[in-house]
Design a protein around this ligand. Sequence first.
Ligand code: PMP
Length: 440
Amino acid sequence: EETRSFVARQPQSRAHRDRAAHLAGGATSNWQIAEPQAVWFSHGSGSKIYDVDGIEYADFHGGYGVSLAGHGHPAIVAAVQERVTRGTHFAQPTEDAIVVADNLAERFDQPLWRFANSGTEATMDAIHLMRAATGRDRILKVEGCYHGHHDSVEVSVLPEPDDDIGPPDRPHGVADNSGIPDAILDLVTIVPFNDLGAVERALAEHPDQVAGMILEPVMMNAGIIDPVDGYLAGLKELLHRHGALLTFDEVKTGLTVGPGGVTRLVGVTPDLVCLAKAIGGGVSTAAIGGTEEVMSLIADGRYEQVGTFNGNPLAMAAARAMLTEVLTPASYAHLDRLRDRMTVGLQDVIDRHDLPWRVVTAGAKGCVSFLPHPIRNFRDFLQLDGRYGQAHWLVQANRGAFLPPWGKVEQWLVSVQHTDEDIDRFVANCGHLASRLTAP
Ligand code: PMP
């Protein structure tokens, strides 16, 4: 019924799909292809987005975690407009890059920065840097963490049901995409999240071979999984003891969980941190920050960190506005207030319907976890029945709130322009889902 009404409301999205004969798969990324059909958008304003059928949604998708400023934020619009008229690309640095690097250095407690264009590029550079700095090739990667679509990290992200993923404490590496050579599996050791013992064992089994470890310090591509107390500090200590490095992939968590990411929240500073998504205020950019020791490889040319669009002036202008004008302490206070309103509202739904679900939040991000027990790692997450996420997405979309259309549980993102009314709409829709599921 929800699926039928979803399709019936969107004839123009269907028509766009039919017209898109020259777009492979009828979309611009495989993750835009949704069931029962992709929604095509025309514009956004504030906390709202509008599809090609003219339907308004409160945007909780946030472009997979990018739209922390909301849409058409005056500071971003002014910065981009001003930049457009003065040239958008020189492949030479512009002054905004200095301000952006200074701001990120302060927020993330890392002295040296470079820019790239996507989360994929940032994590690729970080892994190259860990290898270059140590002269070792092997990396440790957490089962279920997503770091983009380059070879070393498209391993054990979201296995297919018939993949041999091995025992929970010793997961097998599984190539996650066609086109990823099996040979890469020899260079990647997969460990479970929140398990220091597994890391210690991997380091002992591959003495002097591990360049470093990359992980999302709060796992966000499997709902939201917090690190247990001491895990991140323990990783840093263990890895350093074995001459290996630590990279935090804060592409999703970066500015959304707080002004200085998980790095600041937990007080553990890794050797390298990767940022992308929200930092560009809606324009594509990414950043890699690191210690003097590691980033000196870039400074002296031992590692060539390059890219035609690195530090693109349009992206730097938007990032400058995002960091210096949009993400003020008052904005974070607003985000915290909305998070609390959401948590209280959803918890009330759960209590009223006596459901075993949980509300899990991390700053401006959050999700409803449709499992009775807390999720500590990816194997716990795999027990989740994906039909809940799909039903939630449809129920929200049919009632004016848009969540990411993919995955068992993607997180919502609340922007600085969201209002109490947006939150209340989301909560009411979730209440509707709960009533439908518990109706006799
Ligand atoms: N790292 C993390 C944690 C991500 O969530 C993503 C994207 N979802 C990436 C890296 C890759 O970023 P991009 O899609 O910009 O390449």
